[in-house]
Design a binder for this molecule. Structure first.
Ligand code: ADP
Length: 195
């Protein structure tokens, strides 16, 4: 076996993956606000962590508050938001980290942009499929009420479209499944493809 210190070659992804004893992958959760993306991501991360796997959750809060704090919600800014997120996710994935991305990513264009940047074989699209009525009833952050009153414009599902994912690897109906069941489905899927 080559000693990594005897060559100038930059460490490879496989070196990182061997160190961590895991494969890097991006799990891309798409769905309406309140669908359950963050809830499922947190539970998924805890489960993986307890199995000794290194993970990173990327979500609207940690991204929009930091690297993307100069972006708004115009079509152009939403695309740029996703482009940067995908580039960041790719860095993590190339370090062997299981990267769980929670973004509404409402259009096919945005999701395929993310897939193209991250790379098809490292990208698992998971549709957190919760009907608008249920998301609105949950109204976790009170955003739907504000959107209905016109206090927030271009809110996805209300006055901005959400295109149903056609190419998702998994379609999780949270109105029929517990958080634990959703996590189990995702784990089953990624374990199968990353053997
Ligand atoms: P998002 O990140 O998609 O905006 P959140 O995870 O912040 O959504 O909010 C989803 C809300 O729905 C949470 O309050 C969560 O407890 C609740 N919820 C109820 N049932 C489920 C379920 N089966 N799966 C995921 N979330 C659920």
């Amino acid at each position: 076996m080559n000693n990594i210190f005897t060559t100038n070659k930059i460490l490879q992804r496989s070196d990182k993956e061997n160190l961590l004893n895991q494969k890097g992958i991006a799990v891309w959760l798409t769905g309406l606000s309140g669908a359950g993306k963050t809830t499922i991501a947190v539970a998924l991360e805890k489960t993986l962590h307890s199995k000794g796997k290194l993970t990173q959750v990327l979500d609207g809060d940690n991204i929009r508050a930091g690297i993307n704090n100069n972006l708004g919600f115009s079509e152009e800014d939403r695309i740029e938001n996703i482009r940067r997120i995908a580039e960041i996710a790719k860095l993590f994935v190339n370090n062997g980290i299981i990267t769980i991305c929670c973004f509404i990513s409402p259009t096919e264009k945005m999701r395929s942009l993310a897939k193209d940047i991250i790379g098809k074989k490292d990208f698992v699209e998971v549709y957190i499929n919760t009907p608008l009525e249920i998301c609105e009833k949950r109204d976790v952050k009170g955003l739907y009420a504000k959107a209905r009153k016109g206090e927030i414009k271009d809110f996805t599902g209300i006055d901005s479209p959400f295109e149903e994912p056609k190419n998702a690897s998994l379609n999780l109906k949270t109105s029929e499944m517990s958080v634990e069941e959703s996590v189990a489905e995702i784990l089953r899927y990624i374990n199968r493809i990353k053997k």
